[in-house]
Write a protein that binds this ligand. Structure first.
Ligand code: 5GP
Length: 193
């Protein structure tokens, strides 16, 4: 097991409804040493991609993206959730369905912060059905920038997002892929990588 898999096995809690709770170290209380290891690992895996910008989504991707950005020495842009229907024309918009909250949000990125010359690394904490990633990818494509890679901390491999995104041809790296988990006995098994 790698460092992240070990931490998930130790402190992750399996909830009903295919939800893995990692709020003691990843998305509520945040273990910054762990984030730093995650950032270093993304840098190692995307070292040759020429990344000049990191894109993530509000809220729980922001912490990991910021620490990773120190390793790449690039700025972070996060897509903001926006309820407003009349969104001004100076933003890129995508509709994203939330896996955990079961609602749809528009997410927006100001056109000022993504340009055709940008080589983007998309980062998020979780990959489940892939809706969040598809929204971010569509925003990058609309801007004319290039998705050079996608870095995910935890992929739930029994949900379809990873397969969909890899089939689209993107370079997707997930540091831990959960192949199965059981809410009754709390067991979690990881894919060999
Ligand atoms: P997707 O759009 O791929 O279905 O879901 C990705 C988003 O849903 C992530 O940004 C993450 O915030 C949230 N998410 C999905 N599955 C889980 C989970 O099992 N646990 C937690 N804590 N968040 C999840």
């Amino acid at each position: 097991m790698n460092f992240l898999e070990e931490r998930i096995a130790r402190d992750g809690i399996v909830k009903e409804g295919n939800v893995l709770k990692v709020d003691s170290f990843l998305n509520h209380q945040m273990d910054i040493r762990l984030f730093d290891e995650i950032g270093a690992e993304f840098k190692r895996r995307f070292a040759d991609a020429g990344i000049n910008k990191i894109l993530t989504i509000e809220a729980s991707g922001i912490g990991i993206a910021c620490i990773a950005a120190r390793h790449f020495d690039v700025p972070v842009v996060f897509a903001k959730k926006s309820k407003s229907i009349n969104i001004e024309g100076e933003v890129y918009v995508a509709e994203v369905e939330s896996f955990t909250h079961k609602c749809k949000n528009n997410v927006i990125v100001s056109k000022k912060f993504l340009n055709p010359e940008d080589r983007v690394l998309i980062i998020d904490d979780f990959l489940a059905n892939g809706c969040a990633l598809q929204g971010l990818i569509s925003i990058v494509n609309e801007s004319g920038a290039t998705v050079e890679g996608i870095g995910i901390a935890i992929e739930k491999g029994f949900q379809p997002g990873g397969r969909i995104i890899r089939n689209l041809g993107y370079h997707l790296e997930s540091l831990a892929i959960v192949d199965s988990m059981n809410a009754e006995d709390g067991t979690i098994s990881f894919r060999e990588q």
